[in-house]
Ligand binder design. Sequence first.
Ligand SMILES: [Zn+2]
Ligand SMILES: [Zn+2]
Length: 157
Amino acid sequence: MSETASGGCQCGAVRFRGSKFGRASICHCRMCQKAFGGFFAALVTVHDLQWTRGAPRTFASSNKVQRGFCGDCGTPLSYDTGNGTIEIAVGAFDDPTIVPPAIQVNPTDKLGFFDGICSLPTRAAGADPEQEKFNASLVNYQHPDHDTAEWSPRGAH
Ligand SMILES: [Zn+2]
Ligand SMILES: [Zn+2]
């Protein structure tokens, strides 16, 4: 795949771009669960990665892996084993559908409820008036899903 794609963290302090992608994966390992604060990490190798605004801070989650995240807003962004290629969080892309996951890895740590998530009941949009009121009152501080010539991150304290 060679479509140029951009992305970045929630606050917009860190942005990236690339066009040469590997096979996107979902990793169920316990370290990815913690690093993403979620049930798994979705990652894709970007062979021609450029950081186009700012740069991630890093945390060495092991002797082999540096994990990158935005130092301002905390968005998980990257996974680097130091082998010359870096993996980027699929959800951080402006359009994550460009790099859909194609395989699951490290299933040993997969959370027991994971396979049932898609069968959970869904509250229809608009079904909760209080939630609708809350949503309508929101002022969005998140960086938009496209590159911006200038951007002042908002919402940081
Ligand atoms: Zn940020
Ligand atoms: Zn993992």
